[in-house]
Design a protein around this ligand. Sequence first.
Ligand SMILES: *[C@@H]1O[C@H](CO)[C@@H](O)[C@H](O)[C@H]1NC(C)=O
Length: 413
Amino acid sequence: MRYDSSTKEMFTITLLTIISISCVFAQPINSEPFADLHPDVGLSVIELIQKYKYPIERHRNIETDDGYLLEMHRIPYGLKSGPAENKPVVFVMHGLLSSSADWVNMGPEKSLGFLLADLGYDVWMGNARGTTYSRNHISLDPDKYKSDFWDFSWNEIGEYDLPAMIDYVLSYTKQEKLFYIGHSQGTTSFYVMCSEKPAYNNKIRVMISLAPVAYMDHMENPLFRFVAAFDGPLEFLTQLIGIAEFLPDIEFLGSIGKVFCKDGAIFQEVCAGVIFLIGGFDSEQLNRTMIPVIMTNTPAGAATKQLLHYAQDINSGEFRKYDYGLIQNLIKYGSVSPPSYNLNKITAPVAMIYSKNDWLAATVDVERLAIELPNMVYKYLIPFEKFNHLDFLWAVDIIPLVYNYVFDLLKQY
Ligand SMILES: *[C@@H]1O[C@H](CO)[C@@H](O)[C@H](O)[C@H]1NC(C)=O
């Protein structure tokens, strides 16, 4: 199926409708049993890993400097590699609205988490604050209406979550450095960390950016453009909706996914469209049978400020800190506009893998970032015209198109 611009508009409207409906109905619909669904539907990250007989460790209550309690999932070794001392550590970090599920939900043959474990790496999967496994704080309640729990963007994920998780992993494994692989917001937050807390550059062997996102003024995603349109002059609106959870009823969305997106369901194309809306249009690399599996754990939660912060970057054309409005900026930053992140401080070696049909990481924006980073070691544009933002996680041909390059990079550092 091909998508013209009116189809894209239709999908935009569909997604916004689904979001609205999910906000109105509080009760998840009863969705069991569905015998014809993929057997992995409904399995959590831990259940998925156990199902495929890989070792799984759950590390909970990793506390950030600002009191968030995070959970990490570890696959210490694979079925083809076995346990050993001092395995090289790979830390993988998911994107916006995702979680550690990204690295396992395509099963052992195609998921990065399993593949890396089988190649002999010690795999640690992070979960950012506000996502399914990291909805905890020493004092703030995520479920309270307008809770201060949700007062964060990817700035805080980079400034607090990543350092807390990296320190935890290095101290637990008694190692000095690790490999970092991030997708989308998992790259944004890395750049934030290394520019705001440069000491962390020394803890990175190499950082591999999949679909890197920092500069955003050329991105095409209609959902983000929609949010961006509300930013700027309507400063008070930003203030108003700034501190809240985005897509509060996640369980309900998961149920919708199971019913409407399974094989044979007439709405499967719409479900595919919703996924394309976030990632870019391409009907070739997404295996539709896997949509209900994906929707079991995704979307995994986010704060509206994460989206608004991206929206601000779209509008400003800069990669800079959260814009609180003139007066708050003066108080917080001592300047009228928010300061830009200092890319010169990102001295860890960075590799980038990006693609042409990526609605969030436009090639122009990626190339601008690559020029400005002081220690770029590798840049690879995927030679498949329609490869999109989410294909980096779920593409049918992900191994030849992406992961083989990732494995080569890991061997070199
Ligand atoms: C899509 O997923 C199903 C279920 O895992 C699998 O049987 C099928 O081979 C996949 N199709 C492709 C093209 O990879």
